[in-house]
Design a protein around this ligand. Structure first.
Ligand code: UDP
Ligand code: MG
Length: 329
């Protein structure tokens, strides 16, 4: 079922040539399919005339809204500003550079009807240079392996979400690549559809080779947050205990050897400091202590600052929460 209003959030960083064309494509799709849309352009500190174009579009069309960030905060922040402003129950995100084809919107809606909460685009035939496509394949495979959310194209800018997702998923830094993973960790159902992808006509890509390294670091963060965000000591403490047992075991064995060698007259005395294992064991015990300490600190932080965040996500209620509250009184 198509909702009454489709919200479309578009992050914009120096894309002035594309905006009018993009809006007219969106407006065509809306009128062909009888959708009511709101197009929210978020100007992420552009230094070209993007904001002037957005202002002009907003003047001419009632379904266009604009938000201008004070400086370039990055795509995730721009998307976040857009999500904060949407009015509809479904939110689309599209890149502003015309690489995503608005004619795919009806297919996204079909997929949402099939019991999904997040639908990600998959640029199967991609019109990007090889140095972007290659690392991206490795990245997608790794994300799938580490998080269990197996999409072909996590970084695709073209996606559709139920707006409730953003009450629970907080976007910051460059986490825009991981919204499906973060949403899935809250129990939202995630899927993908193949989408038509076009070559960039105007301007240039805003991301270089460094994105791969940043993406990998963010992947580690997401792996930790989604798997152990509520129980950090289970990860850090396990590693700490392992080191502790190894180090403690080494020192124990050496100590036994020392005692035995001292009591047997024919055996040369085995002094602890003469064995390399002794030093490895000390390092292991220290590392173990470090990991345990970090784990307890992380638990303290989670217990203290996590109080306002619900450790669960509700999909439906029957006999609403007010009733249950009265019932309990
Ligand atoms: N973008 C943004 N802020 C930034 C960088 C990019 O809002 O700091 C927008 C950009 O205008 C575009 C989208 O994010 O609409 C994707 O950027 P780009 O096309 O450069 O990425 P690529 O397609 O090369 O992955
Ligand atoms: Mg692009």
């Amino acid at each position: 079922m198509t909702p009454d209003l489709l919200s479309i959030v578009i992050p914009v960083y120096n894309e002035s040539e594309s905006l009018k064309l993009l809006y007219s494509e969106l407006a065509d799709v809306a009128s062909e399919n009888a959708y009511v849309i709101e197009v929210i352009f978020v100007d992420d500190g552009s230094t070209d005339s993007s904001w002037q174009v957005i202002e002009q579009l907003a003047k001419e069309h009632r379904d266009v809204r604009g938000i201008r960030l004070r400086r370039n905060f990055g795509k995730a922040a721009a998307l976040n500003a857009g999500f904060d402003a949407v009015n509809g129950p479904l939110v689309f995100t599209l890149d502003a550079d015309l690489q995503d084809d608005p004619h795919e919107i009806p297919r996204f809606l079909e997929a949402m009807d099939n019991q999904l909460d997040v639908v990600s685009g998959w640029k199967r035939v991609r019109h990007d240079p090889w140095h972007k496509v290659g690392p991206s394949r490795v990245f997608n495979w790794l994300v799938g392996r580490m998080t269990g959310v197996r999409l072909h194209d996590h970084n695709c800018g073209f996606k559709c979400y139920r707006s409730g997702v953003f009450d629970e998923v907080h976007l910051y830094g460059e986490m825009h690549r991981f919204v499906p993973v973060l949403a899935s960790a809250h129990g939202w159902r995630v899927g993908e559809i193949e989408v038509n992808h076009r070559a960039r006509e105007f301007g240039h890509s805003k991301y270089g080779a460094a994105r791969f390294i940043k993406g990998l670091l963010d992947l580690l963060t997401v792996y930790f947050l989604t798997g152990f965000g509520q129980r950090p000591l289970h990860l850090l403490g396990s590693i700490g205990l392992l080191f502790f047992v190894l180090g403690g075991g080494g020192i124990f064995v050496l100590t036994v050897l020392w005692i035995v060698s001292r009591s047997i007259a024919s055996m040369p005395v085995v002094n602890l400091h003469e064995r390399a294992v002794f030093y490895y064991s000390i390092v292991a015990v220290l590392l173990g202590t470090q990991f345990m300490t970090a784990g307890f600190l992380a638990e303290l932080i989670t217990a203290h600052f996590g109080r306002d965040r619900k450790p669960y996500s509700v999909s439906q209620r029957v006999n609403g929460s007010e009733f249950n509250k009265q019932d309990a009184d």
